[in-house]
Design a binder for this molecule. Sequence first.
Ligand SMILES: Cc1ncc(COP(=O)(O)O)c(C=O)c1O
Length: 395
Amino acid sequence: MIGRPPLAERVLAERVHAVPPSGIRRFFDIAATMDDVISLGVGEPDFDTPRVIVEAGVESLREGRTHYTSNHGTIELRQALADHLERRYEVRYDPATEILITVGASEALDLALRATCDPGDEVILHEPSYVAYVPAIVFAGGVPRQVATRFEDDFALDPSAVEAAITPRTKALFLGYPSNPTGAVLPDEVQDELAAIAERHDLLVYSDEIYDRLAYGDYRHRAFSALPGMRERTILMGGFSKAYAMTGWRVGYVAAPIGILEGLVKVHQYGIMSAPTTAQDAALAAVHDGEADVERMLAEYDRRRRLLVDGLNALGLDTFEPRGAFYAFPRITSTRLDDETFTERLLSEERVAVVPGSAFGPSGAGHVRMCYATSYAGLETALERIGRFVERARA
Ligand SMILES: Cc1ncc(COP(=O)(O)O)c(C=O)c1O
């Protein structure tokens, strides 16, 4: 029909139209068509899944464990996670009723929001932050209220800014620390203040702690639900992708008090049924036998972290010290380029792929994200190339 917009435009839901495509993927697609690219773009370990975990997955298939599991996931994995969370963070969850195994932390995020957001509920979220948070809130019918964090504060979240963003419609606070894209962590005193705010304003807290094991120097991660009074109001989300190098297995988890978890299970059971059985069996081996491998990979990330952060600062790209995850977030304003142009030109002129900081929120502008989960030698070459590029840009 003449004058009508195309069908796709008319049939897609408003909330889908409202969310732009990911600002990350465009650069990966370009990089994929080029030779000799060093990618600091994708947030994924360069290590293959440790042998002991792979073997458990293979064994699971050989034994014919090719069927659905309980909607909650296998009781063995839930028990192992409950013990793990208690041992590391001194917070206790009942494996039978308070832990759910999901298809990655990605499903955990989606479930948590869909099970708890009513239309118009406001969710306070720090930015820059992981690209999936705002879409997950919007798809669930919620309204994201972003709170800026700044380079000058090492991208720490300011509790008074959180409190200032609270309105009568505020339902929840969303925390994603250690942070993708900045590598920032929440200092203990900030966590304590945020917990007091959550209590004072009766907020639900979503806490994405997928990078909990990737912590450096003297930083010790604390689970948000382990803080006094927080267990009952926190949905704790985690996964196996990062610490155990298991991105392709698609397995993660949620831990929450029984009443809340029941709601998430309802959404999961109709939408997913159960997380992949092979991946659950492999994840069980990861929790039981993967510790030495986590420590080995962590030590190597730390070595690369120091190389990259020192190298970038030496090039005059101001980079604060990331204490968690595997990202550096240099400020690139000294090149007089904006982050999109910097990213495009660095890729086409020197074949180094990074991600523009503005893809993670307005306060990411003027920065780029570099993932150091790539080889040490690759990082050394990337630094040489970035050095050449920066010199040219400043000339
Ligand atoms: C902060 C954050 N949360 C969640 C995810 C999703 O992880 P998964 O592979 O467990 O779905 C990622 C992946 O990049 C991430 O960076």
